[in-house]
Design a protein around this ligand. Structure first.
Ligand code: DX5
Ligand code: ZN
Length: 232
């Protein structure tokens, strides 16, 4: 992906789900200028999850408002059928759910072959081990810290252990280099804990868009997430 995070770096990815959809262009510009590292786009089909959002035409419009990397989090059945249009719309990273396609290996292969950065997401109820066979194929693992579908939900405590488990799986084989992203209920209070468990990229909707000014909200989240430095 154009501009991937470096190992050890913490990225903040605002989720537009909590933005003002009537003022989307300005919202995207404001978080871009406010210090965001990439833009997180929640694509929902009203079927894989009980909510419906936006797709490639809206993403194309968002592309023209920012030079930051765009990542599409696909909460849809048949994610394969969206890939050509997402390529056209200028998305950099595609994240598919492990639960959404029984041919995950083939799907990730196609995503990589199309030149996307490839991410795989797991729901809170899915064990980390279900990803083991594809971990050498992905640039990112997204550990859902709420059940997907809506913003503003409470962080599920049990997912902390899963983040650590994914980190252990990364360390267990040399050459594995994917980033670990978390999504749902992330704010200043949970930020530090998910980073300590192993997260590299924090998705945040409510904590940023319902907490203006955005520059301050992003800075607060980044500062809260930074590991505590030992006093000299
Ligand atoms: C939930 C989405 C999230 C959502 C997070 O299904 O995948 O990206 O926007 O929202 P907050 O940060 O409000 O929990
Ligand atoms: Zn998301």
């Amino acid at each position: 992906m154009s501009g991937e995070s470096r190992p050890g770096e913490i990225w903040i990815a605002p989720s537009l789900l909590a933005a003002d959809f009537g003022n989307l262009a300005q919202e995207v510009r404001d978080v871009s200028e406010g210090g965001a590292d990439c833009i997180h786009l929640d694509v929902m089909d009203g079927n894989f999850v009980p909510n419906l959002t936006f797709g490639p035409p809206v993403i194309r419009a968002i592309r023209s408002c920012t030079s930051l990397p765009l990542e599409a989090h696909l909460m849809v059945w048949h994610p394969d059928s969206y890939l050509d249009d997402l390529k056209e719309s200028g998305v950099d990273r595609v994240i598919v759910h492990q639960e959404s396609d029984v041919h995950l290996n083939r799907l990730l292969d196609r995503i990589r072959g199309m030149g996307f950065s490839a991410g795989v997401a797991i729901n809170p109820g899915t064990p980390a081990g279900h990803l083991e066979e594809v971990l050498d194929m992905v640039d990112l693992v997204l550990v859902m810290t709420v059940n997907p579908g809506f913003g503003g939900q409470s962080f599920i405590e049990g997912t902390l252990e899963k983040i650590s488990r994914v980190r252990d799986l990364r360390q267990s084989r040399s050459g594995r280099n994917f980033r670990i992203e978390v999504d749902g209920g992330i704010g200043s209070r949970t930020g530090r804990r998910v980073v300590e468990a192993g997260a590299d990229i924090l998705v945040a909707g409510t904590a940023i868009f319902r907490n203006p000014p955005y520059r301050k909200a992003i800075r607060e989240l980044r500062n809260a997430a930074l590991p505590v430095r030992d006093e000299p």
